[in-house]
Design a protein around this ligand. Structure first.
Ligand SMILES: [Fe+2]
Length: 230
């Protein structure tokens, strides 16, 4: 199975601060039963203005280290884009965005401020054949419990990626309730760890062990294994 959301690249965002931590997180993902992972570092214009080139370089270094340590984990490169005008600017400047092989583009919104005029940004991105994958829809507190709003997002064309730890109380009860609601409504497409650090890893190991995430993928027919990592 494949993890489609992680912050394992060293020194590029609030995930792994150094290569040693990156390697430790990769070893942890193997323990959780993953055979592959997409590195999806933040691209947020004012806090983590990572260029696609910079992430490619960081990815290449991590890939070499993984081989050196003989860790049985394939890695792919994508990113987690904060969906604002800067994504449109990149498209208008013909920058190839870091997406999954099916052109799935992992995007996030602010946790505190509801986005306005959603389709003004989603439509031009979709015109470039990208499919939008919304990271952790259950964590946006202005939408929690509002199934009608989630249905609207699905109608716009978003696929939903839930965080595994959202099913525990790691992010709080509201998140847990919304995650369960979305999962039971059949609205979740993918699961991800969104792993940033050792605390996430320990919690994931504690709650899911080697088989828990795979069981969820099978029970809810999630599409994590839809694309292999080249
Ligand atoms: Fe993330």
């Amino acid at each position: 199975m494949f993890d489609i959301h992680s912050h394992i690249l060293p020194e590029v965002d609030d995930g792994a601060p150094d290569m040693e931590t990156s390697i430790m997180l990769c070893q942890g993902l193997v323990e959780l039963g993953f055979k592959g992972v997409y590195a999806t570092s933040h691209i947020i214009s004012d806090t983590y203005p990572n260029s696609e080139e910079k992430l490619k370089d960081s990815f290449d270094s991590l890939k070499k280290e993984i081989e050196k340590h003989r860790i049985n984990l394939s890695i792919g490169l994508a990113a987690e884009y904060f969906l604002d005008e800067s994504v449109l600017n990149k498209i208008n400047n013909d920058i190839q965005l870091l997406s999954f092989p099916n052109k799935g583009l992992l995007v996030e919104y602010s946790y505190s401020q509801e986005p306005e005029k959603i389709t003004e940004l989603t439509f031009p991105v979709q015109l470039q054949d990208y499919t939008l994958v919304l990271a952790h829809p259950e964590r946006y507190n202005y939408w929690q419990g509002n199934l009608v709003q989630y249905e609207r997002l699905k109608d716009i064309g978003f696929a939903f990626q839930m965080n595994a730890l959202s099913l525990t109380e790691y992010y709080g009860k509201q998140v847990k309730d919304t995650a369960n609601q979305l999962l039971k409504a059949g609205m979740i497409d993918y699961i991800g760890t969104d792993i940033h650090h050792e605390r996430h890893l320990n919690a994931l190991l504690k709650y899911f062990g080697k088989t828990g995430i795979q069981d969820l993928i099978e029970t809810y027919s999630l599409k994590n294994n839809q694309f292999e990592i080249a």
